[in-house]
Structures are given as structure tokens and as C-alpha cells.
Design a binder for this molecule. Structure first.
Ligand code: TEU
Ligand code: CA
Length: 555
């Protein structure tokens, strides 16, 4: 079977605000990314994905776009972007932009026009509804607190925003909206951008009639109800027809609440829609018994749940679709803290274990900035340490307004799963500001940057960095890793994540002990041709030491 370049690639996600500051204003920028291309080349990644860098008032750190064809001055100029793109391509690396078209910023000229009246050129670009009995058109809660509706007196109507009031949802039913989106996509593709990550792309088709959501009607409930709406397929087909099919590009759709059957429908190897999806099953496993609290919880993730979630996607998409493989991104806490163990005694091994577990699977791996170092959660203790509107608004809504939970408990939940954990500046060295900037960064560094940083890891052959470098190189060299089928072993085993991959006459055996105890597992290791990689220097066969992870090949 022929394969596409994006099936053989490893992607590195850059959160531009926090990656590298080059002009000492404390904020990461495009020239800073360009300076760090040699580092990314050394790691061995094939593609970089930039979170939004467009003109934005930054209410949601750039996911509220005011001009899709202009660069936010805090990141630099369009010339800086053109130079970054050229240098990236010269390094043999491709570049994805973040396409955020479920909504715009309320500062976008389309919205500024639309809100003025019910009959201007952009009146129908957004989802406006009359009040119902003087109130919001339905009971939907928004992702960042409050109602998903905001009233505009000058227009005498409410507009829908699944996220912040500064992020009005676009009306995809309007063909003019779709044409405007095809046009802005072409603007970037004609510049030579290699594709898009598409923000909440499975929320763009709203349920007919916008009916009330079942209690508690918060965002978590609404998202499930809105996801994969009635016309999503039509819109993605049209996007492919009008734009994507005219370029050799890679697309990954962020699809909260999607299931494998949805992913096959939208990204099937035979379908001409998207190439792959970011699904959320494995990053939504720990929940709060109190549904009113949505995502906020500090429950541990059970290994059997994690195995079931990841194996299901491996098995169900095999030969049908293509998986994205990720532990981390800018919306999720740091993986080594969430899924393994960030205690200094175990952190390095645990970070390598997570790398092995994911990178030996079938799909396109995504490495989030700092994951290749084993960066950890910050373990915040007070609300004033947070920056993300989701964290701050959720605290005030759930603790102060609704009194669903006490402040102390909510601070524990925030420390465990807040997006802020992922947004602290990249840790380049142990010097002032971790080499990220010469001035105080826009957001506080994780204090452990003095122990966890690029400079230190480049000098340590046993570092997480070099382990990730090896994992990426192994993938590039092995069709067994890239294309092999997936076979789960012992789903009920609550200590060890074991699976096999098969391709032609070869088998890969991947073993990861997710505990701090030594265990024994015999999967015929004695007859393996070789141990391909492992996070302990030596190999003790059927013995798996704390957080030991290793891979065997059988030929
Ligand atoms: O995230 C969408 C999404 O699913 C998240 O809102 C997720 O539900 C939440 O972060 C879990 O806590 C995308 C972007 O990745 C995110 O950064 C934006 O805030 C959001 O869309 C709105 O654009
Ligand atoms: Ca800067």
C-alpha cells in the first residue's frame, strides 16, 4: 500500500508565545522559532505545527482571530513569517498553521459589521437569535464560563459563542462564510504552508433548531451534543473539493467528543476529507462524579482505561483511517505528571516510558514543546498563578458564583488538569529566564527549569531528549513501526501496557511497566532477535523494573 509523507512524519507542536523570545519583550516570537530550527532538526522532527499567530486581541491566546491574513505584531511581521517558512523548508521541515474557523474574534471586521443590524452584508456570518421570553435562546453553557449567548442591544438579538463572548461562532450554513474561509485557506497555502491543524472542526455544524442541552447544560454536555453535526461531512467535502485537493498538504482535525467511527467517516484513507484527527478519549479518562464540574478533577488515570482507549483507536482505525498520537498539547497538563510519575526519583524513566508507549504505535506522533525534555506540571497552589481564562473563569463560576465546590478543592483540580501547566516558557538552559528571554517572561517559568532544560539534556546521553531522538529515528527507519498492525496484550493487566505490532515477517513487542514496583511478565522475550530500545541500560528479560519500558523485535 502506498503511504503519504504525513504518515511517515513526526510533528512538533510549538506554542509560539512560550517557545523563544528574540526581541526581549518577554514573549516568544517568529524570529525566535527560526533561531531554534537547528534544535528541531537535531531532534529529528519532520513537521512543525504553530498555534495561532494571526492578528488577535489574545483573549484566548490567539484562538480569537481578528484578521486571518495578518500576523499578530507580538510575534513579528509577515516578512518574519515568510523568512521563518523559507528557513523551515530549507531545514527540510514542513510547517502547519492552526486553522480556527469555528469562530472568529469579536474584533474581526465581519463581526463588527454583523452586530450593527440584521440586514448588513455580514448580518448572516454569525449565529444570531431573538430572545425567547426575554432570555437566551437556549440553555447552553460556554466553555469559559457563563451562557453561550450574549445579547447585543444595537441588533436586538443574542449571538452564539461556544467559547468566550469574544469568540462568536461562524454560521457555516451561509455559503458566503464558507467562500471566505476557502479564500483565507488559499492565502496561506499559496504562500507554501504545508497544511493545517483545524480547531474544533467537528463543532462547525450545529444541531438543527439549537435545542436545549440535557442538564447540567455546561460546555462538557453541550460539546457532546454539538460535535459531529448534521452537515459536517458536507462542509469537509466542500473544503476538500474547493481547497485541499488542489495542494499536497496535511490536515489534522481537532475533534472533541469524536469516536473512531466518526474519525473513519471524516478521515478514512479512502475519503477525501481530512488526513487524521485529534481525538480526546485518552485525555478525558479521569472524570468528576459531580457532572456540574465538567473536566475539573484530580482523579488518577487508571492504566486499564488508558490501554482500552488507546488500543480501541489503534484497532478500529487500522487499515481504515490514520491516528494522530499525542500525550500533550497546549490544552492538556504535562503527560509525565498526568499519566506516569514526575517525582524526581522516577521522572526521567517515566517520561521515556511514555515516549516508548506512544511512538511505537501506528499513526503520526506529535511532540509538544518540552515533552521531549520530560517537562512537568507546575503544581500551582494559588489562583493568582494562573493566566488562562478557562482556569480563572472556571474557578470564579464554580467556587464563587455557584458554590458547587470549595476553593481549596478547586485549586487541586486546577493544579491537576489546567491548560496553564502546558504554557510555561520552554526551558532552554539553567540561566536567567531559562534562556527563553532576557526579560521577565509573559508567564512564569516552571521553577524546575534549573534541573530540566535543553542545555543539560544535550550534555547527557541518557536524557529524555536523546531518547525521543532515538524513538523518532527508529520510526523513520522502520516500516514495522510505521505500518504494522496492532495487537493488544492482556487488556486487564493494571500494571503493564503491553502490545505487539506485526508487519510482514516481523513482530514488535512493546512493554511498559506503569508502576514504581518491579514486576515479571513473560512474553517470549528470550526468543527476541534484539532489544530495539529501552529506558534501562541493561535488559533483565522477563523482569520489568519501576517504570521500565522496552521494545523487542522478533524476525
Ligand atoms: O480547544 C477545543 C477544546 O476542545 C478545548 O476547549 C478543550 O475542550 C478544553 O481546552 C479542555 O479543557 C481548541 C483550542 O485547542 C483551545 O486552545 C481553544 O481555547 C478552543 O479550541 C477555542 O478555540
Ligand atoms: Ca518577543
Amino acid at each position: 500500500m502506498t503511504h503519504k509523507w504525513w504518515q511517515d512524519s513526526v510533528v512538533y507542536q510549538i506554542y509560539p508565545m512560550s517557545f523563544q523570545d528574540s526581541n526581549n519583550d518577554g514573549i516568544g516570537d517568529l524570529p525566535g522559532i527560526k533561531q531554534r530550527l537547528p534544535y528541531l532538526k537535531k531532534l529529528g522532527v519532520d513537521v512543525i505545527w504553530l498555534n495561532p499567530i494571526y492578528e488577535s486581541p489574545n483573549k484566548d491566546n490567539g484562538y480569537d482571530i481578528a484578521d486571518y491574513e495578518a500576523i499578530n505584531p507580538m510575534y513579528g511581521t509577515m516578512a518574519d513569517f515568510d523568512q521563518l517558512l523559507e528557513a523551515t523548508h530549507k531545514s527540510g521541515i514542513k510547517l502547519l498553521m492552526d486553522l480556527v474557523v469555528n469562530h472568529t474574534s469579536d474584533q474581526h471586521r465581519w463581526f463588527q459589521e454583523s452586530k450593527k443590524s440584521q440586514d448588513n452584508q455580514y448580518a448572516d456570518y454569525y449565529i444570531w437569535r431573538d430572545p425567547v421570553d426575554g432570555h437566551e435562546p437556549n440553555n447552553w453553557g460556554a466553555a469559559f464560563g457563563g451562557s453561550a449567548w450574549t445579547y447585543v442591544p444595537e441588533r436586538g438579538q443574542y449571538y452564539l459563542h461556544l467559547f468566550a463572548p469574544g469568540q462568536p461562532d461562524l454560521n457555516w450554513e451561509n455559503p458566503d462564510v464558507r467562500e471566505s474561509i476557502w479564500s483565507l485557506m488559499r492565502f496561506w497555502l499559496d504562500k507554501g504552508v504545508d497544511g493545517f491543524r483545524m480547531d474544533v472542526i467537528n463543532l462547525i455544524s450545529k444541531p438543527a433548531g439549537l435545542p436545549d442541552a440535557p442538564a447540567p447544560a455546561n460546555y462538557a454536555t453541550v460539546e457532546k451534543m454539538v460535535a459531529d453535526g448534521p452537515k459536517l461531512n458536507d462542509y469537509l467535502h466542500e473544503m476538500n473539493d474547493k481547497v485541499l485537493s488542489h495542494y499536497d498538504v496535511m490536515t489534522v482535525g481537532e475533534m472533541p467528543s469524536s469516536k473512531p467511527e466518526d474519525a473513519i467517516e471524516y478521515t478514512g484513507l479512502k475519503s477525501n476529507e481530512l488526513n487524521m484527527v485529534f481525538q480526546f478519549e485518552h485525555v478525558s479518562l479521569s472524570s468528576n462524579p459531580d457532572k456540574r464540574l465538567g473536566k475539573w478533577n484530580d482523579a488518577p488515570v487508571k492504566l486499564t482505561d488508558l490501554k482500552r482507549a488507546l488500543s480501541r483507536w489503534q484497532v478500529e482505525l487500522d487499515g481504515q483511517g490514520w491516528n494522530s498520537l499525542y500525550w500533550n498539547n497546549h490544552d492538556q497538563p504535562r503527560a509525565v505528571s498526568r499519566f506516569a510519575n514526575d517525582d524526581p526519583k522516577y521522572r526521567v524513566r517515566a517520561a521515556k516510558l511514555l515516549g516508548t508507549t506512544l511512538h511505537m504505535m501506528q499513526g503520526t506522533p506529535y511532540v509538544y514543546e518540552g515533552e521531549e525534555l520530560g517537562m512537568t506540571n507546575v503544581h500551582y497552589t494559588s489562583l493568582d498563578q494562573y493566566e488562562d481564562l478557562e482556569s480563572i473563569n472556571s474557578y470564579h463560576e464554580l467556587v464563587d458564583e455557584n458554590k458547587f465546590v470549595d476553593g481549596k478543592t478547586m485549586l487541586k483540580y486546577l493544579a491537576n488538569v489546567s491548560r496553564d501547566n502546558a504554557r510555561t516558557p520552554m526551558q532552554w538552559d539553567a540561566k536567567e529566564n531559562a534562556g527563553f528571554s532576557k526579560v521577565k517572561p509573559w508567564f512564569a517559568l516552571n521553577p524546575n527549569y534549573t534541573e530540566i532544560n535543553v542545555a543539560g539534556e544535550l550534555e547527557d546521553p541518557e536524557s529524555v531528549f536523546y531518547y525521543y531522538q532515538k524513538l523518532i529515528a527508529l520510526r523513520h527507519d522502520s516500516e514495522l513501526i510505521r505500518y504494522g498492525t496492532y495487537e493488544e496484550i492482556d487488556p486487564q493487566d493494571a500494571e503493564v501496557f503491553a502490545y505487539r505490532r506485526h508487519y510482514e515477517d516481523q513482530t514488535l513487542l512493546v512493554l511498559s511497566n506503569f508502576t514504581d514496583q518491579t514486576v515479571t511478565r513473560d512474553y517470549d522475550q528470550a526468543n527476541a532477535t534484539e532489544r530495539l530500545i529501552g529506558n534501562y541500560e541493561d535488559d533483565q528479560g522477563t523482569t520489568l523494573r519501576p517504570y521500565e519500558s522496552k521494545v523487542y523485535v522478533f524476525k
